[in-house]
Ligand binder design. Structure first.
Ligand SMILES: Nc1ncnc2c1ncn2[C@@H]1O[C@H](COP(=O)(O)OP(=O)(O)O)[C@@H](O)[C@H]1O
Ligand SMILES: [Mg+2]
Length: 384
């Protein structure tokens, strides 16, 4: 992966257009940050009324594999970035042949595929769960023998919010899980008995400068992120090690843009990387309210060739996702609760499991309450 040529470092002037592939809430919040810096955003999306399009200057309506749509989109923008990373190799090549693409197409190819991602990470000396590529039931049996059970079988591509995964607890689970997920290419991962899950988000500029947000702690419900606590309740040395890992990955990728690294912390404070995403991440939404420059602003700054700022946290924070119809139904009460900072994504369809918004609650630095206090601090969401 070659870094962008020096010409790619010319700062994008205000009034220029940033193309964002994907129309979800990550694109929406990126577009809001871009607007503050004077940019126009142009969204490539198959859905006209998507969260990002509702706050952007223009859209190209089309599928991510539609060559005509990709051409029209590329022609309309000055630089291209992503909130949706699963564009095919052919689509990425087309975009990259037309306009600067940040992060680079090669980085997306790595992060799209769990096997490629883990090979890359292990190749630069980063610890992951032990894993094996699995393409047949015989390979699965062999992998389970080698790694032991419990283990997790995952599709290599297109998984999110726990979709495309099966937990294998006993030998009898292998065949049904394989049947459900095959013929997609799979990986088997050894189960990591983690004490907590954390993530680190770093931005890297075209000049190689890196800004890293403090490690945060992530609590899931039904495989969907529920709460992020900033900072993570881990020892200082563990936080430093996690940050160093994220920086090393960003450098190894030659990234220009933003990178989120999901990690497990074991009871003996080892840090094991779970997965990476070269884009803004749900576990970084708290940065909008608790940092001088959010993950979205640093993403846009990196993509636009602007100077990065230190990713300094001025407050501790708790972020709670608003998922599905039940939690968004509390919107009126949320709006009426002092201290809850509301973020609505403008989605009209409140399907179960869909992320519809989030709230952030700030605390003075080093004053983040324990888990019970955190729920209490969420007012109408306390019992959710
Ligand atoms: N190897 C593993 N060991 C233990 N837990 C895991 C492992 N892999 C995934 N998990 C659990 O499943 C969740 C979702 O897995 P992940 O690989 O992050 O997929 P997704 O793309 O859905 O986020 C993780 O956040 C973690 O809680
Ligand atoms: Mg994950």
């Amino acid at each position: 992966m070659t870094p962008l040529p020096p010409s790619g470092m010319t700062p994008l002037p205000p009034g220029a257009t940033i193309g964002i592939v994907g129309g979800g809430q990550l694109g929406r919040m990126s577009a809001l940050a871009a607007a503050r810096l004077g940019y126009r955003c142009h969204i490539l999306t198959p859905e006209a009324d998507c969260p990002a399009a509702l706050v952007s200057a223009a859209i190209t309506l089309g599928d991510y594999e539609d060559r005509a749509a990709l051409e029209a989109f590329a022609a309309a923008v000055d630089v291209i970035t992503f909130e949706f990373e699963n564009v095919s190799a052919a689509g990425l090549d087309l975009l990259a042949s037309r306009k600067p693409v940040r992060p680079g197409a090669e980085i997306l190819r790595v992060s799209q595929d769990r096997a490629a991602e883990k090979s890359f990470l292990n190749g630069i000396g980063i610890a992951t769960a032990p894993w094996r590529a699995v393409n047949s039931l015989a390979e699965l049996q062999q992998a389970a023998d080698e790694l032991g059970l419990p283990a997790i079988l995952k599709t290599t591509r297109l998984g999110y919010d726990g979709k495309g995964q099966a937990a294998l607890r006993s030998p009898g689970d292998l065949a049904p899980a394989f049947k459900r997920l095959a013929p997609k290419p799979l990986v088997l991962e050894g189960f990591v008995d983690f004490a907590c899950e954390i993530s680190v988000i770093v931005a890297r500029g075209a000049d190689g400068g890196i800004a890293s947000f403090d490690p945060v702690e992530n609590l899931h419900r039904d495989h969907i992120l529920d709460l992020t606590l900033a900072p993570a309740r881990i020892p200082t040395q563990t936080a430093a090690a996690a940050t160093q890992i994220a920086r090393h990955i960003a450098e190894g990728l030659g990234l220009v843009g933003l990178l989120a690294v999901e990690m497990f912390v074991t009871a003996d404070n080892r840090v094991v990387v779970n997965e990476i995403a070269p884009r803004p991440h749900n576990s970084g939404h708290w940065t909008i309210d608790a940092c001088g420059a959010s993950q979205f602003e640093l993403h846009i700054r990196a993509v636009a060739g602007l100077p990065l700022l230190p990713a300094t946290r001025h407050s501790d924070a708790v972020m709670k996702n608003l998922v599905g119809p039940d939690e968004i139904a509390l919107w009126p009460q949320i709006l009426a609760t002092p201290g809850l900072i509301p973020h609505h994504y403008g989605k009209t369809e409140a399907r179960p499991g869909r992320k519809l918004g989030h709230v952030t609650r700030l605390f003075p630095r080093d004053a983040l309450p324990g888990p019970f206090g955190i729920r209490d601090a969420l007012g109408p969401l306390a019992s959710e």
